[in-house]
Design a protein around this ligand. Structure first.
Ligand SMILES: [Zn+2]
Length: 312
């Protein structure tokens, strides 16, 4: 399995949209979406001779070794080990080194780089984005999916945050496209990538079929536009953590509600809010997150705005 899924450019100067699929090896939807979108871009100029593309789309596989085994990771979670101080030598350290080389080659070109990290969740119900800064937030809003703020304060060592913090010309965004094996997750990923290409000015809005917009806005109906993470429950290896069944992303929970169990007893929600990413898989150390809705802001006007966020 190659690290590079593919790349598309017409040789015109412009931003780089660098997409990563499968940084968790049990999340193939991002890779399927990237393969499909590269095929769509190749044939677009045949059916639409006016089609113009500025900059470059780059599609990378995240954890190649774990993807080959359909596991979230082999030795350690590749999306939690991006600290410069990390000295462990294992299979994910080698994945990280290879991925870093591929990504840095584009960052060093000096163009504006948007790093879009594509994920899916074990629970159903809802798609969402995690921006890392103000520009990422503007971009996230344009995708039309709920925006979740504050991820960097609760998750350490993510790939997206690493490149965002290190390089001035990088804006990172994480997109969660739905449940791991839901067929619709791939369509939502395609919609998010197309919206991102438009938002950063790689393609013009007139060349884009509006069905892509509707896929995400329709699925996000009734969900809060902008929320912040207020709590993360960490799983300690061997603590016997089991999530109570039936929770979906964005389900309302009350303070004191028993949401999971561990060997030490029931685990209660320390705060009221909405539950995000309840843990229904074997690997990983995030039990669940609690988010709370932000006050209404100007963000929502962006969603329906045709204004482009051009990065030149
Ligand atoms: Zn993931």
């Amino acid at each position: 399995m190659d690290r590079l899924i593919g790349r598309y450019t017409q040789g015109k100067k412009g931003p780089v949209l660098l997409c990563i699929g499968g940084i968790h090896g049990n999340e193939p939807a991002g890779i399927e979406a990237l393969e499909l979108i590269l095929k769509m871009l190749e044939v677009e100029p045949i059916t639409n001779p006016d089609f113009e593309f500025r900059g470059t789309l780059v599609a990378l596989r995240g954890n190649v070794g774990a993807l080959e085994q359909d596991a979230r990771f082999l030795d350690r979670d590749l999306n939690r080990i991006w600290q410069d101080t990390d000295q462990v030598n294992d299979r994910e350290a080698s994945e990280r080194a290879q991925l870093k080389n591929c990504i840095e080659a584009y960052i060093e070109s000096g163009e504006e780089v948007v790093l879009l990290d594509l994920h899916t969740t074990t629970a159903t119900g809802g798609i969402f984005t995690f921006p890392m800064d103000a520009l990422g937030r503007m971009l996230a809003v344009q995708l039309g999916a709920p925006v979740i703020l504050g991820v960097t304060g609760h998750l350490l060592g993510t790939c997206a945050a690493y490149f965002q913090e290190k390089h001035d010309n990088v804006t990172s965004l994480v997109f969660e496209g739905g449940q791991h094996l839901e067929e619709a997750s791939t369509n939502r990923m395609i919609a998010a990538i197309v919206s991102a290409l438009r938002a950063i000015g790689c393609v013009e809005a007139r060349h884009i079929e509006h069905q892509h917009d509707h896929i995400l806005t329709r699925y996000s109906e009734g969900l809060p536009a902008v929320s912040s993470i207020v709590y993360r429950h960490p799983i300690v290896i061997g603590d016997g953590f089991v999530m109570n069944p039936g929770y979906q992303n964005f389900d309302a929970i009350e303070q004191g509600e028993v949401v999971a169990r561990a060997a030490s007893g029931p685990i209660k929600a320390p705060l009221s809010g909405l539950i995000l990413m309840p843990h229904y898989q074997e690997q990983g150390t995030d039990g669940f997150f609690i988010i709370q809705q932000e006050e209404e802001s100007d963000d929502e006007s962006f969603v329906h705005s045709t204004q482009q966020l051009k990065m030149e």
